[in-house]
Design a protein around this ligand. Structure first.
Ligand SMILES: Cc1cc2nc3c(=O)[nH]c(=O)nc-3n(C[C@H](O)[C@H](O)[C@H](O)COP(=O)(O)OP(=O)(O)OC[C@H]3O[C@@H](n4cnc5c(N)ncnc54)[C@H](O)[C@@H]3O)c2cc1C
Length: 418
């Protein structure tokens, strides 16, 4: 079977790797100059297997007015004359109920654990250098009330296989001394020992380089698919702007936000929207090591994540809805730097490299993995939002099983096209 995959971010590249392992002939098409240069490039680097609760949660509603009016807020909403934006936001708000959020969390945990197990299997088989570490994660709470609420989530997640502990302020600082800068502002932490980190770009590139040597795989950069050619209910080719075509038996859209346009041409309507976020890569230079956390830290109230990734501390934050999709906004980068300096004063923040990317998000935070209704042989692996690195290997394994007609490793229904 020959499968053509559109997009070589972390999702398309892991999909190609999975299908090549299954013995399929694969063609991987990437619009850019190489793999992982889109949203997968300088993301937070967290393999956050136990933290997969959706963005749409009942706690969002009471916080919305504050978030929308406060310029320092982690979430910023700029309304646009764009029907898609409004439809997406309405669906998002409709998902902000407790029952839906719980159901989504349970489904996402099945996918994230599948992802973790799949990644570990691949790493056992093939050496992949991407600064991978199993360093655990601390969610730091400033408010005692929020820490108490988190305790309840820990109890709920324990029933779904998550191993987490609630730590007092003193226990948290004992475990991660760099948190001492927070002092009495820290109420306590939730500690998850099993969480991992890595460089998503290096991971994508390592797989891509290995794929390039695979006899069954063809890779093309600067190959932007402008449309899919459909005949009698089946896709017969991916077409480029110059009229060139690639024929295959099956086609997979794994091109993040770019999937929306290609799917619309086929009569489909992917409910994905770009949520802009920011990252800083701060060098972990001599003399500043003690100031940087060794364990991943999430500053919960500020929604800022910190992860040590090889030579840098990667810091990621912010959700801008309706912002300019282009280059990073210097004001948002400055704001993030100031917040980081307040929390970890000894870091070399002024030497940080700033980056922004758009998370390809669905309103319910669940990716879409499976067959598309737009054509018999069209498949989707899109909409991974804030968790594409975490969920990539599991999504690839789930799609690979469906494509082959095998029994799916987890229940595929929560991730079907919707
Ligand atoms: C600030 C920030 C922090 C984040 N932190 C984390 C984190 O800590 N952990 C985590 O798990 N996730 C994180 N994420 C989310 C994660 O980065 C994304 O979910 C993931 O990168 C999405 O991967 P993708 O392959 O779908 O998209 P992309 O990486 O954008 O890849 C899509 C690719 O398709 C190509 N393409 C598009 N259209 C076409 C076309 N027509 N023809 C050919 N090629 C095409 C593009 O050039 C691109 O290379 C973060 C995201 C952001 C923005």
């Amino acid at each position: 079977m020959h499968v053509c995959i559109v997009g070589a971010g972390v999702i398309g590249t892991t999909t190609a790797w999975q299908l090549a392992r299954q013995g399929m002939k694969v063609t991987l098409l990437e619009a850019g100059d190489g793999p992982g240069l889109g949203t997968s490039y300088a993301n937070g680097g967290q393999l956050s297997y136990s933290y997969v609760a959706p963005l749409a949660d009942p706690s969002v509603l009471p916080s919305l007015p504050k978030w929308l009016l406060d310029r320092r807020s982690p979430l910023r909403f700029r309304p646009r004359m764009d029907v898609h934006q409004w439809r997406w936001c309405l669906r998002f708000l409709r998902n902000c109920d407790g029952t839906t959020a719980k159901r989504t969390t349970a489904a996402m945990l099945t996918l994230s654990y599948l992802s973790r197990d799949t990644l570990h299997r691949w790493m056992d088989e093939t050496p992949l250098e991407f600064h991978h570490r199993s360093n655990g994660k601390l969610i730091a709470y400033r408010s005692p009330e929020l820490l108490e609420k988190a305790r309840k989530l820990v109890e709920y997640q324990a029933g779904h296989g998550a191993q987490q502990k609630v730590l007092s302020r003193a226990e948290s600082i004992d475990l991660e001394p760099s948190l001492a800068g927070l002092d009495t502002a820290l109420a306590g932490c939730i500690y998850t020992p099993g969480e991992e980190v890595g460089d998503c770009y290096l991971f994508t590139k390592a797989l891509y380089d290995a794929l390039a040597k695979h006899p069954q795989v063809t890779i093309r950069n600067q190959a932007q698919v402008s449309r899919l050619v459909q005949r009698e209910g089946r896709i017969v080719a991916a077409e480029f702007a110059d009229g060139g075509q690639i024929e295959a038996d099956q086609f997979i859209l794994a091109n993040g936000l770019g999937a929306r346009k290609l799917l619309r041409q086929q009569g489909g309507n992917a409910m994905i929207y770009g949520l802009k976020g920011y990252s800083l890569s701060v060098p972990r230079t001599q003399g500043t090591e003690a100031a940087a956390p060794e364990i991943s830290v999430t500053d919960y109230e500020r929604r800022i994540v910190y992860a040590p990734i090889g030579p840098v501390l990667r810091i990621a934050a912010m959700v801008d809805i309706g912002g300019d999709p282009g280059a990073p906004n210097p004001q948002r980068i400055g704001q993030l730097k100031n917040q980081v300096k307040e929390t970890f004063p000894g870091l070399a923040v002024d030497e940080a490299v700033g980056w922004s990317g758009e998370r390809p998000a669905t309103p319910d935070s669940k990716p879409v993995i499976g067959r598309s209704e737009a054509a018999d042989n069209l498949w989707l692996n899109i909409g991974h939002g804030a968790l594409g690195f975490t969920l990539a290997c599991g999504s690839a394994a789930l799609l690979g099983a469906q494509l082959q007609g095998d029994r799916a490793p987890i229940d595929p229904r929560p991730f079907a096209e919707r």
